[in-house]
Design a binder for this molecule. Sequence first.
Ligand code: GLU
Length: 475
Amino acid sequence: MIRTRYAPSPTGFMTIGNLRSALYEYLIAKHEGGVFILRIEDTDQQRYVEGATDAIFETLRITGLNFDEGPSVGGDYGPYIQSERKADYMPPALRLIKEGKAYYCFCEKERLQSLADEGGHVKYDRHCLQLSKDKIAAKIESGTPYVIRQLIPEGKTTFHDEVFGDITIENSELEDQILIKSDGMPTYNFANVVDDNAMAITHVVRGCEYLTSTPKYTLLYEALGWPIPIFVHLPLLQNSDGKKISKRHGDASIPQLVEMGFLPEAIINYVALLGWSPADNKEIFTLEELIQVFNAKNISKSPSTFDMKKMTWVNGEHIKGLPVEIYYSMALPFLQEAVKKPGMDYMYLAGITQSRVSFIKECGELVDFIDALPDYDIELYTHKKMKTNPDVARDSLKLAIAALKQLEDWNHTAIGEVVAKLAEESDFSKGQILWPIRTALSGKPTTPCGATEIAELLGKDESLKRLSAGLSKLQ
Ligand code: GLU
């Protein structure tokens, strides 16, 4: 059974990069019918940010990445918050001491600092490794503060990463890492390994910034005799300016993106593509579809760039795919704000705007000409393909106004028939009549429906008023 975990440290809101880790963990598990776990890694209380845990819950909830085990939902491997697991870390550290794979270190800060090399890097010199059993016991007895360090063995360490392949490093490059700090709390790395083992995690998915720490994790698993999980490190994620996306660089949080008008399913879809692509290059997916097709084998190791434009396009595609009644209910407040004309058919306005917006809130701008004709330049009457310009428009509008005045049953089909007849009987093509009508009625270069539909929406009186106003403008 595949068990993956998203293991955030509550040091701020979730960025796009954090969401990508969570999503890939989720997809790897769900693709195989496995279990997705949330574990809060809050051992480092100094970096704790008030409200960060709630922000993580909120983001996972909005995006639909429901965890099977975790804080609040529980599970057989709880608690799922590290600060509630304090008692679990000392026993494995003591076992390592017993087996000669770890040791107490009583060195003070000043001494450690004096070991710093020219670059300021401190590598511990194993001073306390020589202490006799009696000396250690006496120091502990007298309350001397200590840490517990892992004794890094000689040789090399190789681990396999699903994305980056085999990586080998010389153990001599590693320091005897601290497992338990002087306050009795585990270090971040130690707690991470102890918990991944305790929670039977099979796949560790995280950003590639953890690649350099993975030899240390590997040595810990080996020392403790625990199975090593499958590592999946994700490619670097950059902003379009080439900077790494981070909480500190003020990039938008997921709730902020939703506030800006991104649909959660579009965010998820776009984030899935940041470092992964399906074999057939399809780009638009629901979360369900992603679960079906996601395969860690298709994760790329080259850096991916967060592109707001692309995410905006993905958003538009998801809006197009919404069931019309859902789109209608989301668009209605914006349509009502933009168009207050009595008797308006808002369902119709929803229908003509749905496929034309990148954000739902843009729908109002597409139809706001219904209430108020904007001031426009007569150059709008020029259209090369339709072979119209202000002169053609002036003459064709004159004819159209005269003919439409006679029309009693004012609907777009009847209006269309009047235009067709006019085109037959005059020197103007249909386009040369429709383009000027549309321009005079909307004052916009593009509209979400054609001239005859606009005329029907506006009604006969208002339409004739606008057509005449257009004609005066042209004269
Ligand atoms: N707690 C780490 C973070 O917030 C995650 C490390 C991991 O997934 O192993 O980045």
